[in-house]
Design a protein around this ligand. Structure first.
Ligand code: HEM
Length: 314
C-alpha cells in the first residue's frame, strides 16, 4: 500500500502531504534570484569601490522587497483567485528575514567585527535602532513559521502574533527613508505601495463579508492612495527643502519621462490590480457561492438525504 512521504521541517520544497511542490520550488528559486543577480554583477561589473557597502545595500533592499511581497500575497490571492499562493507566503517571509540577517552580518563585517562598536552604533543612531527592532521582530516571525509552531501556538494566537508584520514593515520603511540621503523616489514609491496594501486590508476587514472588493472600490482605492502619496511627498519635500508643498504638487504634472513622480507609479500599480480584478470577473468562471446550497432537483419518489446537500465553501 502506498504511504504518504513524511515531510521534514527543512524540506521546504515539499507541501504538507510530503510531495514535491512546483509552487514551493519556484518560490525557492525566486528567493535565491538576488544571489544569482549579485554573482552575475560581481563577475561582470563588480561591486564598485566599496564592495561590502554595495552588498549591505543589496541585502537590505531585497529584505524590504520580500517583506512587501509577503504582504502582497493576500490581495494577489483574492483578486487573482490564486489561493494556492498562500502556501508560499511563509517561505517569502522567512526569505526576507534571511536577507535581513545577512544585512546585519555584513554590517558587522564592515565594522571589522567590533561588536562593541556595532552595539553602540545601534543604540546611538536612530535609523539603526529602528532597523534592529525590525530585525528582532522578523526573527520572531521566522522562528515561529514552522508547522510545528503553528500547532503549538494555535492558529488564532499564531495569526495574531504574525500581524506584527504590519508594524515591522513600517519600521523597515522608516529605516529605508532615514538612510536615504538624496533621492527619496524609491522609498516614497514603496511607502505608497505599503499604504495601498494596508488600506486594502482595512477595507476587507470593515466592508465585506466574502473578503472581496468590487472593481470600482479598487479603482477608488488606487486613486485615494495615489493622491495621499502625492500629498505626503509634497509635504516631505516642502519641509526638507523649505519650499512650498503647492509648488512641489505642481511639479507632479510636469510629465518628464525621466522624473515621473512616485504618486503616478502608485496609481499605475493600483489601477493594474483593478484591471486584473475586472478581467478576472469578466472572463474567469464565477466563484461558487458558499452561502447558498446547490439547487436540489425535486425527487419524485424518495426525498434527498440532508447529508447529500453540498456545503462546500468557495
Ligand atoms: C540591526 C539591524 C540593521 C542594521 C545595523 C542596518 C544597517 C544598515 C546600513 C548601514 C545601511 C546603509 C546605510 C548607508 O549606506 O548609509 C542600511 C540600509 C538599508 N537597510 Fe538596513 N540595517 C538593519 C536592519 C534592516 C532591516 C531589518 C531591513 C529590512 C527588512 C533593512 C533594510 C535596509 C534597506 C532597504 C536599506 C537601503 C538599501 C538601499 O538604499 O539600497 N535594514 N541598513
Amino acid at each position: 500500500m502506498a504511504t504518504a512521504k513524511k515531510k521534514r521541517s527543512w524540506e521546504v520544497w515539499r507541501d504538507a502531504s510530503g510531495g514535491l511542490s512546483a509552487l514551493r520550488v519556484g518560490t525557492l528559486a525566486f528567493l535565491l534570484l538576488p544571489v544569482a543577480i549579485a554573482v552575475y554583477d560581481y563577475c561582470t561589473v563588480g561591486f564598485g569601490p566599496r564592495p561590502i557597502n554595495d552588498v549591505i545595500h543589496r541585502t537590505g533592499y531585497w529584505a524590504l522587497l520580500f517583506v512587501m511581497i509577503s504582504l502582497a500575497v493576500t490581495p494577489f490571492c483574492r483578486v487573482g483567485r490564486f489561493g494556492k499562493l498562500l502556501d508560499a507566503r511563509r517561505m517569502i517571509g522567512v526569505g526576507a528575514f534571511g536577507y535581513a540577517a545577512a544585512h546585519i552580518v555584513l554590517y558587522m563585517a564592515d565594522q571589522k567585527w567590533n561588536l562593541w562598536k556595532v552595539g553602540s552604533e545601534i543604540v546611538l543612531r536612530l535609523y539603526l535602532t529602528i532597523g534592529f527592532t525590525a530585525l528582532i521582530g522578523l526573527a520572531v516571525l521566522a522562528i515561529t513559521s514552522t508547522d510545528g509552531m503553528v500547532r503549538r501556538l494555535g492558529r488564532k494566537r499564531w495569526q495574531r502574533l504574525h500581524q506584527i508584520v504590519y508594524v515591522l514593515s513600517l519600521l523597515v520603511l522608516i529605516h529605508f527613508f532615514q538612510q536615504t540621503k538624496a533621492d527619496v523616489w524609491l522609498p516614497t514609491f514603496v511607502a505608497g505601495l505599503f499604504g495601498w496594501l494596508m488600506s486594502y486590508r482595512i477595507l476587507i476587514w470593515r466592508k465585506t463579508e466574502r473578503g472581496e472588493l468590487s472593481t470600482l472600490t479598487l479603482v477608488g482605492l488606487a486613486i485615494a492612495v495615489a493622491v495621499l502619496t502625492f500629498l505626503a511627498e509634497a509635504v516631505g519635500i516642502g519641509i526638507a527643502f523649505n519650499v512650498s508643498p503647492l509648488r512641489v504638487l505642481e511639479m507632479a504634472f510636469d510629465f518628464d519621462p525621466y522624473s515621473i513622480r512616485p504618486g503616478w507609479a502608485v496609481l499605475a500599480a493600483g489601477l493594474t490590480v483593478a484591471a486584473v480584478d475586472w478581467a478576472r470577473a469578466r472572463f474567469a468562471k464565477p466563484r461558487r457561492e458558499s452561502a447558498k446550497p446547490a439547487p436540489v432537483k425535486p425527487a419524485p419518489t424518495k426525498p434527498m438525504p440532508a447529508a447529500n446537500v453540498s456545503t462546500e465553501t468557495a
